[in-house]
Design a protein around this ligand. Structure first.
Ligand code: CUA
Length: 356
């Protein structure tokens, strides 16, 4: 071929392409090869944060919707694949001949209208639970999202002075619908507790409402589901669903002020906490700390994790967090205190651990 001249690709005459171009056995082999991969993927469908293992009424609706979409999608995929393969395997002379306009009306208008209408019915059903009416005395919890943690205030509707605040951990009484009133202090976040409820945005200057109900006891992981900055992926929380009596006991403990130091070592930790400036940003009710920039620490010792579900709540982790939190959760707003020696940091951690 001379330079600059495009090669000419010759297609065979249409009628010559009547035999299957790909042997059916090869297709079957490929599909069989995909089966173990699919099983492997399905193994990831359970766990503390799986929307496919619902433990709440709203999450069950979402799971129904997901399965409806999955099976509808699978059916449409199979149909499209069949239509695609039909001309490959069927000899040309024996194919159906459907006028192009009818094909467009059936495949491009009728099929999407039917499929989307069915999904809309499922979607409306799943969405209705989000704003369900609740009895007057239902538990109400205000959740304010911050970069990158959750401020959680339990509201007493009759007596606001009985409200109390915690962070990054949501206690729920099993079998009782609870109202979450959700907003944000900075950017848009999204609260998603996949095993209990659907997700909803937290928007500055606006309050959204979500009704959640845990149907069984357990610890369920939640996650911010809207990109909100550097540590978005480390903006998690845990929901702890417990029987009613246990929930009431927890509420009483949380409502109480922090316990005074019970040993000399814990007292030394509190003194270091007060002297290091922690009180400027954190609240310890009854402990003389009234900062509001960071999470309320009044009962930090009772929580499962620190840094919004990012690390286990241990003395070592708290001590490390005080000095190196930027490495542990990049971009977080807390200053580092590398000048505090390890002894002092462990002592502060012991004090925080004592706040049960
Ligand atoms: Cu908050 Cu993503």
């Amino acid at each position: 071929m001379k330079a600059g001249k495009q090669p000419v690709i010759l297609f065979p005459e249409e009628d010559e392409v009547s035999a299957p171009m790909i042997p059916p056995a090869a297709f079957t082999r490929h599909l069989a090869g995909l089966a173990p991969a699919a099983l492997f993927l399905f193994a990831g469908c359970t766990g503390p944060q799986s929307a496919l293992q619902p433990s709440g009424a709203a999450a069950r609706e979402v799971a129904y919707l997901w399965w409806a979409m999955f099976w509808a999608g699978t059916a449409i995929f199979v149909l499209v694949l069949a239509l695609l393969l039909y001309p490959v395997f069927r000899q040309r002379a024996r194919r159906w001949r459907i006028p192009p306009l009818q094909m467009i009306v059936a495949g491009g208008i009728a099929l999407p209208v039917v499929a989307l209408s069915i999904l809309l019915v499922f979607g409306l059903r799943a969405g209705s639970g989000v704003s369900a009416d609740l009895p007057e005395d239902a538990i109400s919890i205000r959740v304010t999202a911050h970069q990158w943690w959750w401020d959680i205030e339990y509201v007493d509707r009759r007596d606001q002075s009985r409200n109390f605040t915690t962070a990054n951990e949501l206690y729920l009484p099993v079998g009782q619908p609870v109202e979450l009133l959700l907003t944000s202090s900075d950017v848009i976040h999204s609260l998603w507790l996949p095993r209990i409820a659907g997700k909803i945005d937290l928007i500055p200057t606006h309050t959204n409402r979500l009704v959640v109900e845990a149907e069984e006891t357990g610890v369920f992981r939640g996650q911010c589901a809207e990109f909100c900055g550097l540590s978005h992926a480390q903006m998690a929380f845990y929901a702890v669903a417990v029987p009613q009596e246990e929930f009431e006991a927890w509420v009483e403990r949380q409502r109480a002020p922090a316990a005074p130091p019970s040993t000399a070592a814990i007292r030394a930790g509190k003194e270091a906490f007060d002297a290091s400036g922690c009180v400027v940003c954190h609240t310890v009710r009854g402990g003389g700390a009234w900062g509001v920039e960071g999470p309320d620490l009044t009962h930090l010792g009772s929580r499962l994790t620190i840094a919004a579900g990012t690390f286990d709540n241990t003395r070592e982790n708290i001590a490390a967090w005080i000095a190196r939190n930027e490495q542990m959760k990049p971009g977080n707003k807390m200053p580092e205190f590398p000048h505090l020696d390890r002894e002092t940091r462990l002592s502060i951690a012991a004090y925080l651990e004592s706040l049960q």
